[in-house]
Design a protein around this ligand. Structure first.
Ligand code: TYC
Length: 100
């Protein structure tokens, strides 16, 4: 008789966790030019012109607008890059990252 064990192994019980998603939120201010906000939304967050204008105007009128959701490291990197690009030009643009 063969020594090979064909019995099924114990089922793995550990369930894979769904990766948590984080919102990147655009915050309004009185100084950053609208055109620059639209530019950042297109370049960093890959929004098209129409989406970028809606998000920018919503933040402008309501104070804040969710841009999109991402895994934590992507959300933080994108928010930081947007803030840094604005800051280099002297604009006070701020973005927040929050769990979904
Ligand atoms: N409120 C700015 C202005 O009137 C434009 C602006 C919109 C700035 C959205 C930030 O998240 C923002 N120039």
């Amino acid at each position: 008789m063969s020594d090979i064990d064909f019995k099924p192994k114990l089922q793995q019980k550990t369930k894979l966790q769904k990766p948590k998603l984080y919102k990147v939120i655009l915050l309004n201010d009185d100084y950053t030019p609208r055109e620059f906000v639209v530019l950042i939304l297109k370049a960093e967050f890959r929004l098209d012109m129409a989406q970028a204008e809606v998000v920018m105007l919503t933040a402008h009128q309501k104070g804040a607008c969710v841009i999109s959701v991402y895994p934590r490291d992507v959300a933080e990197t994108k928010a930081t890059r947007a803030i840094d690009a604005a800051s280099e030009l002297g604009y006070p643009l701020q973005l927040a990252v929050e769990p979904e």
